[in-house]
Design a protein around this ligand. Structure first.
Ligand code: ADP
Ligand code: MG
Length: 286
């Protein structure tokens, strides 16, 4: 949904390190309820983008505005609209879940009268009420991740930035994190910008995807629409050293071509990774 008062407006955002553009000319608008995925391999520029959008580093070129106000000129005011879940969790392991949330609520100016209620609500929302007084060092990876997510929401931001929120978690725990993130987006209408190198994560969660490679956005749009542009089905042929891919609009057409295969082959549905492969000639996860 695009309104004329987006939460964030990004134009020509770039960052150069050692003469190399690691983020190259990104444009994006995000509105209430949007769920956008920044999908790309390691080193593509995802974390650098999030760091610029959340004020951890300065943009090299381009502009970032929150509700139309330039971020650099209004960063204190704008930061109240922003929640951040960094790639590395930065909880205090010796404090309890409650204490971690309490200190964050002070840091982010949650009014003292509301603190207690908001923290209890957050613990319930994350399914951690029974662990409120337990030290974080006793938590599993999934519990820590849930705590970091609700901590980022304590001051009721309009947009939540999640940098690779399920890296290193096993598949079952990953699903519980997905459920929590979707709940945030659907019940609070918080806009979400999530970075990931997991194709399935972007496909399952996001209603808009931007595929990033070497700092550049190489495709963007709704996942289904992007996939339809390459074709709905792919015939993979496993040659001696490479995998050849041919795209078809229907499964029947793809299956009909199997007869001509001289090597082992299979038909499967197109994924977002196929778009990446088609444009770059590489896989996202190598
Ligand atoms: N502070 C820095 N100084 C120099 N190069 C950096 C710095 N931060 C990131 N980079 C480089 O920028 C590129 C993008 O990094 P990053 O944004 O962390 O990618 P991603 O999060 O997609 O894995 C990489 O090549 C990385 O080595
Ligand atoms: Mg990263």
């Amino acid at each position: 949904m695009q309104t004329n008062n987006p939460i964030v407006t990004i134009r020509g955002l770039s960052k150069t390190y050692s003469g190399k553009k690691v983020v190259d000319n990104i444009d994006l608008d995000m509105d209430e309820g949007d769920f956008t995925g920044l999908l790309g391999p390691n080193g593509a520029g995802k974390t650098t983008t999030i760091k610029m959008l959340t004020g951890l580093i300065k943009p090299g070129e381009g502009s970032i505005g929150y509700y139309g106000k330039d971020f650099l000129g209004s960063s204190k005011e704008s930061k109240k609209f922003i929640g951040v879940v960094p790639q590395q969790s930065n909880l205090d392991r010796d404090l309890t879940a409650y204490e971690n949330l309490y200190f964050h609520s002070i840091l982010f100016g949650v009014p003292s009268k509301e603190r207690r209620d908001r923290i209890e609500e957050s613990l319930t929302f994350a399914g951690l009420s029974d662990y409120r007084d337990k030290q974080v060092k006793t938590f599993s990876g999934g519990m820590k991740r849930r705590l970091v997510i609700v901590r980022a929401l304590l001051h009721d931001p309009k947009i939540l930035f999640l940098d690779e929120p399920t890296v290193g978690l096993d598949p079952q725990i990953r699903r519980s994190i997905w459920e929590l993130i979707v709940k945030v987006n659907q019940t609070r209408k918080t806009a979400i910008l999530l970075t990931t190198h997991y194709i399935e994560e972007a496909e399952k969660l996001c209603n808009k995807v931007m595929i990033i490679n070497a700092g550049k956005i190489i495709a963007k749009g709704k996942p289904d629409k992007l996939k339809k542009e390459v074709g709905a089905f792919v015939l993979e042929t496993f040659m001696e050293t490479t995998i050849d891919e041919q795209f078809f609009d229907t499964r029947e057409e793809a299956l009909a071509s199997i007869q001509e295969c001289k090597y082992p082959c299979k038909v499967r549905e197109v994924t977002l990774e196929d778009i990446f492969i088609k444009i770059t000639g590489k896989r996202i996860n190598v």
